[in-house]
Design a protein. Structure first.
Length: 327
């Protein structure tokens, strides 16, 4: 099979290689998926650059997310799964082989049925963003009638959070940093889109919510946004953070103010979320897909041969929408 891989951590241009590798065979409880589209995420960049860990394997085929068709199954897996359209998640977590290849082998449970009306591009955009967004939003029950603030509303997780929250019946406000991002956030269905740099986010949120504030905050940059969050959080509200700029980042929390709010801080690292919660997320994501309510923006598409350009595009922070690699 044709695959992209690296054997040392470093810049995309220095370490990524595209070449022929042996096609893997599924073992017990596994399926092999013919990948059509591979989804690129910041965690894939961090793994390649050694953000928080050294190389766990001598050779790594990157990327956690993707979509394609099951073409072979191992023992204990129904042969009826052959030919099934699926989206996959955490393909490379705990394994050396991810979705940046023509084929990937992974546990059958991590190959999720993809409805016929949903494109492989959308399927490859689920995985980490959708599962992370769901954990941030739904860990404390229904969102019907709730008020949500999503920082980075045009990002991959921000988009997933907006789409899922609107599907679930929430009022959604988002922050962005430019007019192009604002347009995407509005397309995603956000009820209110705010300029993150305006310095007036909290007041505008309080004004729009009749002084009640928001019940849930989904945050891509908690260290920068903490003061704003506490200023517009409702009593008993929840702040969910899922990203950090540095593996060594630390945060000082104003305890008395947080206690007065009765607020909850939730930190989400999707790989360590219990499987029960992921299965609940998959059920909701599927319902959202079937309702036709999940349509993320696709920023750029690359062939596998141009995977270096795909990685560099994501690292540039100039692309709005998902970066996808077609195999």
């Amino acid at each position: 099979m044709k695959a992209a891989y690296y054997e040392a951590q470093g810049s995309a241009r220095e370490v990524l290689v595209v070449d022929e590798l042996p096609t893997p065979e599924p073992g017990p409880d596994e399926v092999r998926v013919r990948i059509h589209v591979s989804g690129l995420n910041p965690t894939d960049i961090k793994a390649r650059t050694g953000f928080s860990a050294e190389m766990p394997y001598p050779r790594i085929i990157p990327h956690q997310d993707g979509a394609g068709v099951v073409d072979a199954v191992g023992a204990n897996v129904s042969p009826d799964r052959r030919g099934e359209r699926v989206w996959v998640y955490e393909a490379q977590f705990g394994r050396a082989m991810g979705t940046a290849a023509e084929y990937v082998v992974l546990p059958s449970s991590q190959a999720v049925h993809l409805p016929d009306a949903v494109s492989f591009e959308v399927g490859a955009s689920l995985g980490i963003p959708a599962l992370t967004a769901h954990r941030c939003l739904f860990s404390d029950g229904t969102l019907e009638g709730r008020r949500v603030l999503i920082h980075g509303g045009a990002g991959a997780v921000g988009t997933a959070a907006t789409l899922l929250a609107k599907w679930a019946g929430a009022w959604v406000s988002t922050t962005v940093t430019n007019t192009d991002q604002a347009a995407v956030a509005k397309e995603n269905g956000a009820d209110m889109v705010l300029d993150r740099a305006s310095g007036d986010v909290a007041n505008l949120v309080l004004e729009a919510t009749d002084g009640l504030g928001v019940d849930h905050i989904v945050d891509v940059a908690l260290k920068s946004n903490l003061a704003t969050n506490l200023a517009c959080l409702s009593q008993g509200g929840i702040i969910s953070a899922y990203a950090t700029d540095s593996a060594m980042d630390e945060l000082s929390i104003p305890l008395l103010q947080s206690m007065i709010h009765g607020c909850v801080f939730r930190f989400v690292y999707i790989y360590n979320v219990p499987d029960e919660a992921k299965q609940k997320a998959i059920k909701d994501i599927t319902s959202c897909l079937l309702a036709g309510k999940y349509s993320p923006k696709i920023g750029l598409n690359f062939p596998l041969e141009n995977i270096v350009a795909a990685h560099e595009a994501l690292e540039s922070h100039q692309v709005i929408g998902k970066v996808l690699v077609h195999t």
